[in-house]
Design a protein around this ligand. Structure first.
Ligand code: ADP
Ligand code: MG
Ligand code: MG
Length: 891
């Protein structure tokens, strides 16, 4: 039977591959085992598998005797390795073994789940610890930390209670900082903590160390299902059934005086990607102190300290030997994992211990730079570099940045914790941030510091500003992961929650006021600062070139204005996959003619109005064909129901009536006649072309006249692709294809020039997908209109899905929002089947996708599998699609 507990460190060896398998022992456990295996100093410990977590959460039953026995045995492994016993109170012995109980899922979920440190302390062992370490202060400090953490994480008591008691104790003694607390002060505080805990619990704080251990294990398992962990999983697409592993590890102590310390570090700068050590540490402190922002952390290197003009010495200066050892470990880990590492370490009385390594979270900018640099350094190859950059993260780089030449009203400058610029309304709590954002407001979340409970507010915000915390604070780490700009440690910010107002320096502001953050410089500015377009050369250009070499599918864009076309071309689009002509109808200068056409009583009236629209549409297409310079352009004929263009207000009716020379009443009656109960399934798409052929005739004429005009100017000839929407039957397409062919022949005869062109259709109704074999007789290409195909296959109107889709996704009814990521299981079957049947009829049929899924990496992977010829995405998504298509092709 497979084991449920794996030891690491202290000479543990396993030939069982599960011992280093992230899915079994979690990322933290696997990496601890890996580090111990390559000879790095890792405190010994053991890992309980994720499988145990899953079965615990499903069955809720007590732990099995088998598991208890495995844990007991693994505990003796630690005891033997460190020469101490769990629960040992003997003042003349080696001292009690203390352990940390840490969570660690398959992928890291920074700060989402719980850890308990210093476990194994009670009224007796604390005396043993004091005697054997020769440091009373350290022993009582550790005990009070343990009571507070255990009470919070395992017993569910409010940690505010304990913090308050500590504040009062410091005040009574006139201390400013925790470091001034003496041994007897901590001892008194411990007594107070125990009183507090007993008052809340109704029974004493648990003294039995084995009970403590199992309580902590249970709490770590339970934390997998905490609200904040669930939110994090939803935002990061992490399945709920993975579970977390539990790591139990011998404690090492960074709080044993001034030769001890703790810290976190990245082997390269996670914000810029620069190849320099980056991190923070604190003398005489334990792990959580650095992240919690209790004291201002110190810099790792001398250069960083000098650059920041900080007074406290760097680790390089204060502990040169431990620092040198640490730097060597950084290099070793980078070469071993071939990636930037995020590391936790502790120095206990001068000796370095490694507590964690994982591949570090990074901004998009840093991801690009590191990928390109590491190829240059020979650490990875191009293919690895392509695979390593998350296409969605590019989004951060493709958006505008602050205009360097614009005036800035700088309120304060603090730590540049996560790059990028953001403007929005100040909001002081996360619930309100979410509420305002849902109402369409851009908000900047301003907090003293953030905690895991703020995750929804951070996600809703454009940017985050915190008064406290360093570069590795919760706010900084989470913001970088989410791609939100963040400025942290802005001491000039003081918040008055009661008045919902704040001061930045001497400037008074209130909730709702506009501010701008520059997460790359740490500047906080009043009001809105203008933005400029992003830089597409450099590392971005290099990675994109590599991606282009490896991708098979073409990437086109959805565009309907010359502006969109230019933007998409700059982003590398290779054609237009969807040009929606209706947007052109809404133009202020034309809407009158459009309305006149719709409300006309007969064909003659419609033709009169259409004649006014023809030159306008032709001019649009001339601009687009010119901008696209010979690249393929798919133009969709009119799709939405006509009533969408109708006047709404009385003045609009009056104006139109005067213009056309009919009565307002007459117009209103015609408008009512156009009312539909379910317009999405009503008189739209090719049904308009069938009933009012003159509309499609005008559009086809505009397309071909424009194509002739642009082609006559030299350069590459235009090859228009005319696309008929919402086709369900072969016959519809046959009728409309003949119409387009007839108009093309007329125009070519008039112009004395013949151009190549294609007529094809969207596949956006289940019937069309099923009948694709027949429809392909009439179609030179299919473009999967997956927005409508999703609506019609699921029977869900996207515009009305807001009320129920989120709970659907939360309950796992659909794994993801099917309008964002293609429902491969359902809608995907139709796409696959239509592609096969279409190809069977017409082997050279061109296949593409033009729904919004065309810019979604997971959906793009599916398109590659089905063998589509191209995907089409909105201009900003084109680079994302290029990279995702390359990753998909690489498999
Ligand atoms: P998280 O995933 O939230 O970082 P961890 O389990 O890594 O939680 O632990 C929280 C903090 O406690 C970290 O700073 C870590 O370095 C520290 N820590 C964990 N285990 C030990 C240990 N055995 N000895 C000393 N410090 C530890
Ligand atoms: Mg950690
Ligand atoms: Mg459609």
């Amino acid at each position: 039977m497979a084991k449920s507990v794996y030891t690491f460190g202290g000479g543990a060896v396993h030939d069982d591959p599960r011992a280093k398998d992230k899915t079994i022992v979690g990322g933290k456990g696997a990496n601890l085992a890996e580090m111990a295996g390559i000879g790095l100093p890792v405190p010994p410990g053991f890992t309980i598998t994720t499988e145990e977590c899953v079965s615990y959460l499903q069955q809720g039953a007590d732990f099995s005797a088998a598991l208890r026995a495995e844990v007991a045995e693994a505990l003796t492994h630690i005891e033997r390795a460190v020469g101490k016993k769990f629960g040992d109170a003997d003042p003349s012995g080696a001292g009690p073994l203390l352990v940390s109980v840490r969570s660690g899922a398959r992928v890291s979920m920074p700060g989402m789940m719980d850890t308990v440190l210093n476990l194994g302390l009670n009224d007796a062992t604390v005396q043993g610890l004091a005697a054997t370490s020769g440091d009373e202060r350290f022993a009582w400090d550790s005990y009070r930390r343990f009571i507070q953490m255990y009470s919070d994480v395992v017993l569910g008591l409010d940690h505010g209670l304990f913090e308050e008691a500590l504040e009062i104790a410091k005040e009574d003694h006139g201390y400013l900082s925790d470091t001034e607390m003496l041994a007897e002060d901590w001892q008194e505080l411990v007594a107070e903590y125990k009183r507090l805990a007993e008052g809340e619990l109704g029974h004493p704080f648990p003294q039995d160390v084995t009970e403590q251990l199992w309580g902590a294990i249970r709490a770590v398992f339970d934390s997998w299902d905490s609200d904040r962990a669930k939110v994090y999983r939803r935002l990061n697409d992490i399945p709920g059934d993975w579970g977390t592993a539990v790591n139990v590890q011998a404690m090492v102590f960074g709080n044993m005086g001034d030769t001890s310390a703790t810290g976190v570090a990245f082997t390269r700068d996670p914000a810029t990607g620069e190849r320099s050590y980056y991190g923070e540490w604190l003398v005489n402190a334990q792990g959580e102190d650095v992240v919690a922002g209790i004291r201002t952390p110190q810099y790792l290197t001398r250069d960083a300290r000098l650059a920041a003009k900080a007074e406290l010495p760097s680790m390089e200066e204060a502990m040169p030997e431990a620092y040198a050892e640490l730097a060597a470990v950084f290099d070793l880990l980078e070469r071993h994992y071939r990636d930037m590492q995020d590391i936790e370490f502790t120095v206990e009385r001068g000796k370095l211990w490694m507590l964690q390594t994982r591949s570090g979270k990074r901004t998009a900018k840093a991801a690009l730079r590191m990928a390109v640099d590491m190829v240059g350094e020979g650490l990875i190859d191009e293919v690895t570099a392509i695979r390593r950059v998350d296409p969605m993260a590019l989004d951060q780089l493709l958006h505008p940045m602050l205009d360097p030449d614009a005036p800035r009203d700088v309120l304060t400058t603090a730590l540049p914790a996560s790059p990028g610029a953001a403007s929005g309304k100040i909001v002081l709590d996360s619930d309100l941030a979410e509420k305002w954002a849902n109402n369409g407001d851009k908000v900047i979340l301003v907090r003293v510091e953030t905690s895991p409970e703020d995750i929804h507010g951070m996600h809703a915000a454009q940017g985050i500003l915190t008064a406290r915390g360093g570069m590795t604070s919760h706010a900084a780490v989470v913001a970088r992961g989410m791609g939100r700009p963040c400025v942290s440690g802005a001491a000039a910010v003081s918040i008055d929650m009661g008045a919902r107002s704040l001061k930045i320096g001497d400037r008074a502001l209130k909730e709702g006021d506009l501010i701008t953050l520059d997460g790359s410089t740490g500047q906080v500015m009043a009001g809105l600062v203008p933005m400029i377009e992003p830089e597409l050369a450099g590392d971005f250009g290099t990675l994109m070139q590599w991606a282009d070499k490896h991708r098979r599918m073409k990437v086109r864009t959805n565009a309907e204005t010359p502006e969109d076309c230019r933007m998409a071309l700059a982003f590398g689009a290779e054609g237009i996959g969807l040009c929606r002509t209706e947007h052109m109808f809404f133009d202020a200068g034309r809407i009158m003619a459009v309305r006149e056409m719709i409300l006309a009583d007969d064909e003659a009236g419609r033709r009169r109005a259409l004649a006014k629209l023809l030159p306008e549409q032709r001019a649009d297409f001339v601009e687009i064909f010119t901008a696209m310079a010979g690249l393929p352009c798919t133009i969709r004929l009119l799709d939405p129901p006509l009533h969408e263009f109708l006047p709404q207000r009385d003045e609009e009716f009056a104006e139109l009536a005067a213009d056309v020379g009919v009565s307002v009443e007459h117009l209103k009656r015609r408008a009512e006649e156009l009312h539909e109960f379910n317009p999405m399934l009503g008189h739209r798409g090719c049904r308009l072309g069938i009933t009012f052929p003159e509309i499609y005739e005008m559009q086809a004429r505009a397309i071909f006249e424009a194509a002739c005009a642009v082609s006559s100017k030299g350069g590459d000839p235009v090859v228009p692709e005319v696309m008929i929407p919402l086709v369900a039957t072969r016959k519809e397409l046959e009728i409309l294809r003949s119409l387009v062919d007839r108009v093309a022949a007329e125009v070519f005869a008039e112009q004395g020039r013949t151009l190549e062109y294609l007529v094809g259709t969207m596949i956006e109704l289940p019937r069309a997908a099923l009948m694709a074999g027949e429809i392909a007789e009439e179609a030179r290409f299919f473009s999967f209109g997956t927005n409508d195909l999703t609506q019609t296959t699921l029977g869900v109107s996207r515009d009305d899905a807001g009320r129920f889709l989120a709970p659907y996704v939360e309950q796992g009814i659909y794994p993801r929002d099917p309008f964002v990521t293609l429902d491969v299981d359902g809608v995907g079957q139709l796409v696959r089947l239509a592609a096969e049947r279409g190809r069977a009829t017409r082997p050279d049929i061109k296949l593409g996708i033009c729904g919004e899924h065309g810019g979604d990496p997971a959906s793009i992977r599916f398109c590659e599998e089905v063998g589509l010829d191209y995907v089409s995405a909105s201009p900003y998504r084109v680079p994302i699609a290029r990279l995702a298509a390359a990753q998909a092709a690489l498999g």
